[in-house]
Design a protein around this ligand. Structure first.
Ligand code: NAD
Ligand code: MG
Length: 390
């Protein structure tokens, strides 16, 4: 029996994870659940899964959580804020942490889980992009286990056969759907709305990652994530547009063999793989329809259409500080785009300005606190780069 703690339990990854738990009550029990908003949903989930601990942002959220809790039931222990998340990450009762908070907000708790030597199912790619080798070294130093939830990295991980094939990799090929604007006329891109950007053709996901998929900054973050997870340089990580999203990524080996993982676009598949690892367990998903294989298309991404992808490659080649800057500027830009305060095409411009600014700085990243400090600094700069009007 594994005691699971889910950070970001009310989100899209949280939903998929809990669906697997529901399917396997003999294998998994929920220890703790966290959420930033939607306290009613958190209370329902905590009740259904018998969570011992919940983590909410602040005192006001505690009140809302209590108000949504049935009077005759014993309350779970309620912890608060980042301190509550970190305490739960290292809690001896937690065997496995699902890191599914969106953005840098999830870094402290994921890093704490690494320091506590936990099994970490990592969905929160921003944490790895920002902390990079510090994160990987911490995982190693404390004998933690880091298993990728992100479908592309999960596909690659499956192709590596328990890591036995890692040293034989020639090249990684990350597939990308191209998002909702793959074929939109480039001059129309500046007019697209948040609603259009969040309407992903193949996947149903949280808002931030949906916008990232539309700009393809998501694929850029994934290239950086792949670099740290699998130890390959930027020029041995390729991105191809594959609109069907059937091949979830590929590994080319030194002997010329190419291995791929295929499947439906349902996150319960990669999540169940890491939950059961090294065993495979039922993911509660429909069987794959082989007719989907009749047409698989692959093409190279156009950096003119997707400047954010190009910026991510540049950041990776430049170093850790630039990866932090890329991520921080993007988080600010996407939040403003979602609020109607920035045009879609200006997201790339804000990131580019932040990267230009960062290239003139001398930022040494040797400690996790350096990551948080630089992240805050870049956020401040990025706000200054936001246009006064759209
Ligand atoms: P989401 O927006 O649906 O859910 C985010 C969760 O994090 C929610 O529970 C929310 O309450 C919590 N949260 C948000 N801000 C927080 C904060 N400041 N502090 C603490 N908690 C906070 O997002 P999602 O789509 O589930 O994505 C979660 C992570 O997984 C992201 O890093 C994303 O890139 C990654 N990911 C998601 C998918 C997917 O299919 N959704 C696929 C691959 C990777
Ligand atoms: Mg992905």
């Amino acid at each position: 029996m594994q005691n699971i703690t889910i950070f970001g339990a009310t989100g899209s990854i949280g939903d998929s994870t809990l669906d697997i738990v529901r399917r396997h009550p003999d294998r998994f029990s929920v220890y703790a659940l966290s959420a930033q908003r939607r306290m009613q949903k958190l209370a329902q989930l905590a009740l259904e899964f018998g969570a011992k601990v919940v983590i909410v942002p602040d005192v006001a959220a505690v009140d809302v959580f209590r108000a949504n809790w049935p009077a005759h039931q014993a309350l779970p222990e309620i912890r608060m804020g980042e301190r509550g998340l970190c305490e739960t990450a290292r809690d001896p009762e937690t065997d496995c942490v699902v890191a599914a908070i969106v953005g840098i907000a999830g870094l402290a708790s994921a890093f704490e889980a690494a320091q506590a030597g936990k099994r970490i199912l990592l969905a929160n790619k921003e944490a790895l992009v920002a902390a990079g080798s510090l994160f990987m070294q911490t995982v190693q130093a404390h004998n933690a286990q880091l298993l990728p939830v992100d479908s592309e990295h999960n596909a690659i991980f499956q192709c590596l056969q328990n890591g036995r094939e890692q040293q034989h990799i020639q090249r990684l090929i990350l597939t990308a759907s191209g998002g909702p604007f793959r074929n939109t006329a480039i001059e129309e891109l500046e007019h697209v709305t948040p609603e259009q950007a969040c309407r992903h053709p193949n996947w149903s996901m949280g808002q931030k990652i949906s916008v990232d998929s539309a700009t393809m900054l998501n694929k850029g973050l994934e290239v950086i994530e792949a670099h740290f997870l699998f130890g390959l340089p930027a020029d041995r990580i390729d991105v191809v547009i594959h609109p069907e999203s059937t091949v979830h990524s590929m590994v080319e080996f030194i002997d010329g063999s190419l291995l791929a993982q295929l499947g439906n676009t349902d996150m319960r598949i990669p999540i169940s793989y890491v939950m059961g690892y090294p065993e495979r367990i039922d993911s509660n998903t429909p069987a794959f329809d082989l007719r989907k294989l009749q047409q698989l298309n692959f093409s190279l991404p156009d950096f003119g259409r997707f400047p954010c992808l190009k910026l991510a490659f540049e950041a990776l080649r430049a170093g850790q500080a630039e990866c932090i800057a890329l991520n921080a500027a993007n988080e600010i830009a996407v939040a403003h785009f979602l609020q109607g305060g920035l045009r879609f095409t200006q997201i790339a411009q804000v990131i580019e300005q932040a990267l230009n600014w960062q290239s003139g700085q001398d930022s040494a990243i040797g400690h996790i606190d350096d990551v948080f400090q630089l992240d805050l600094l870049v956020r401040e700069r990025a706000r200054a780069f936001l246009p006064a009007s759209v």
